[in-house]
Design a protein around this ligand. Sequence first.
Ligand SMILES: Nc1nc2c(ncn2[C@@H]2O[C@H](COP(=O)(O)OP(=O)(O)OP(=O)(O)O)[C@@H](O)[C@H]2O)c(=O)[nH]1
Ligand SMILES: [Mg+2]
Length: 227
Amino acid sequence: MTELRTIEIKQEILAENSREADAFRAARRAEGTYMIDIMGSPGAGKTTLLLALIEKLRSEGGAEIGVIEADLASDVDALKIKEAGVAAVELNTKNVCHVEMGMVEQAYAAFAGKKFDYVFLENIGNLVCPAEFDTGCHCRIMLLSVPEGYDKVYKYPPMFAVVDALVVTKFDYLPLNPDFDRQALREGARALNPKLEIFEVSARTGEGMAELASWLRARRQEELKQA
Ligand SMILES: Nc1nc2c(ncn2[C@@H]2O[C@H](COP(=O)(O)OP(=O)(O)OP(=O)(O)O)[C@@H](O)[C@H]2O)c(=O)[nH]1
Ligand SMILES: [Mg+2]
């Protein structure tokens, strides 16, 4: 009995969150802002990838970019982004392990009307909970780093199933991780999500970054056509 009630409440919360997310997404599209949710385990390379990606997007064609940095407790990543000269808002979730719409709306409001071409949300480092919550973004990307191992596709399937792209990060580590089975990862991920785009990148060497940046640019153009 108790268990049933718990499930009902959770479904109501998720449904309300999805309604708010749809409205937020439409409002951002109308103003030309493309929002990207970046998810992955602690240390998968989210902040480092963002810094490299922002540099690419800015250097090739220029772009106004903002970042919402969600963290359980600290402002470490928000400061890194600000130090790189990028508009950043810190979203402190006070130990909540995912980001949901109320938080995104508050964080976005802190940009105080500034207009962006792209806004990235660095979600909480967690391979499980963020998959469940729509954050009002137009694109969801998950990162899996080579040192974490390809078998995470079998152990944590929900996130692989909901994202638009899988970015395999720290690709420069591949020679040190000969057991990283790229083919098995591809097959496992596409079995969960046939439309999944897969990129193999290293923020350290720059490998794969241009492809990822041009894919995002094209996705933004497509999204804005629907406005
Ligand atoms: N060799 C190598 N190291 C990387 C790469 N990307 C990130 N790192 C390193 O991995 C560590 C974690 O990177 P972060 O970017 O902080 O990871 P994160 O996912 O933002 O971490 P949290 O925000 O704590 O969840 C740092 O020491 C980075 O320097 C890469 O492409 N190659
Ligand atoms: Mg980070």
